[in-house]
Ligand binder design. Structure first.
Ligand code: NAD
Ligand code: LMR
Length: 338
């Protein structure tokens, strides 16, 4: 007789009790799209995160297998699987953080915007579920095109009367991860020593690395600046082409998503000084959404930082980024308002 439900419930209760007594907090995290190319390694890495007490894995296919597999890892989080739309509400109820990598990925020759129609519909359904079942959860939205899916999610939450701009974060962490990697290569440093702010959005020219603000302070030749900016902007396409029809970045994305989710959980826990880049509601430019560094706290993105000083190359890049971003944001908003 499998000891499943009793053991599982007592694990959850013990952790909840620990949290109530002011012990190490255990957060409840749901992954929507958990059986996919990103979802599976993301689920594995979240199961390894000691801040997670309960991990809900939701998808429209294959969650029983992924859940059984990940559930055997001897780490603390209790894992539960949810399959198909009738189980969405149970997957979401009580969650502190919801990570969304659900949706179709690119194939060679496609732009992220080519994914708009199908992924917009998926994001709407999932966000309606969030608004109903865990309106206070922090949402990490990965599904592309992020420049449009975040405005779409915001509109869904507004309609439901649950919108809190601080709690909705488009995940642009992979751009930062790539930027750190490529810049470290050029500087001959370990990537951990490098911090590159990447602002704007998450597609082509909207991805704007601020090389003038790299830490440690570094200077780049015009050729290096051009090479690095292009490589960071085209990082996703580089992977799509290398995978030759088998999808887009999944493993580096799962790594980046976990890095970002962990920062959100540290913020929720009340840690000070948790700062990462994300695509959020913003007053930094005239656009309603923009990616910059944000400070993560108990209520999500509690502070949105200004761009800081830009050089001429970056000012030109910012103009291009804003033009494309404005269209992508408007496309998302109009789609749902119609
Ligand atoms: P994938 O096809 O391997 O996995 C997607 C999963 O979503 C599948 O398991 C599918 O069943 C599931 N799904 C589809 N409809 C669903 C629904 N209604 N509810 C729940 N789950 C549903 O794709 P992937 O490689 O994991 O990529 C997923 C998305 O992430 C794509 O849109 C991709 O473009 C995007 N992405 C974003 C970034 C970023 O930096 N933000 C990076 C990489 C990929
Ligand atoms: C990425 O940057 O890798 C993702 O947005 C996936 C893609 O389509 O490029």
């Amino acid at each position: 007789q499998p000891p499943n439900s009793q053991t599982e419930e007592s694990c959850v209760l013990k952790r909840a009790d620990c949290r109530a007594k002011g012990g190490a907090p255990g957060f409840k995290v749901a992954i929507l799209g958990a059986a996919g190319g990103i979802g599976q390694p993301l689920a594995m890495l979240m199961k390894m995160n000691p801040s997670v007490s309960v991990l809900h894995l939701y998808d429209v296919v294959n969650t029983p297998g992924v859940t059984a597999d990940i559930g055997h890892m001897d780490t603390g989080a209790v894992v539960r699987g949810f399959l198909g739309q009738p189980q969405l509400e149970n997957a979401l109820t009580g969650m502190d953080l919801v990570i969304i990598p659900a949706g179709v990925p690119r194939k060679p020759g496609m732009t992220r915007d080519d994914l708009f129609n199908i992924n917009a519909g998926i994001v709407i359904t999932l966000c309606e579920g969030i608004a109903k079942c865990c309106p206070n959860a922090i949402v990490n939205l990965i599904s592309n095109p992020v420049n449009s899916t975040v405005p779409i999610a915001a509109e869904v939450f507004k309609k439901a009367g649950t919108y809190d701009p601080k709690r909705l974060l488009g995940v642009t962490m992979l751009d930062v991860v790539r930027a750190n990697t490529f810049v470290a290569e050029v500087l001959g440093l370990h990537p951990k020593e490098v911090d590159v702010p990447v602002v704007g959005g998450h597609a082509g020219v909207t991805i704007l690395p601020l090389l003038s603000q790299v830490k440690p302070p570094s200077s780049f030749t015009p050729e290096e600046t051009e090479y690095l900016t292009k490589r960071i902007q085209d990082g996703g396409t580089e992977v799509v082409q290398a995978k030759a029809g088998a999808g887009s970045a999944t493993l580096s994305m799962a790594y980046a998503a976990v890095k970002f989710a962990d920062a959100c959980l540290r913020g929720l826990r009340g840690d000070a000084g948790v700062v990462e880049c994300a695509f959020v509601a913003s007053e930094v430019t005239e656009l309603p959404f923009f990616a910059t560094k944000v400070r993560l706290g108990r209520r999500g993105a509690e502070e949105v930082y200004q761009l800081g000083p830009l050089n001429e190359y970056e000012r030109v890049g910012l103009g291009r980024a804003k033009k494309e971003l404005a269209e992508s944001i408007q496309k998302g908003v109009s789609f749902i308002r119609k």
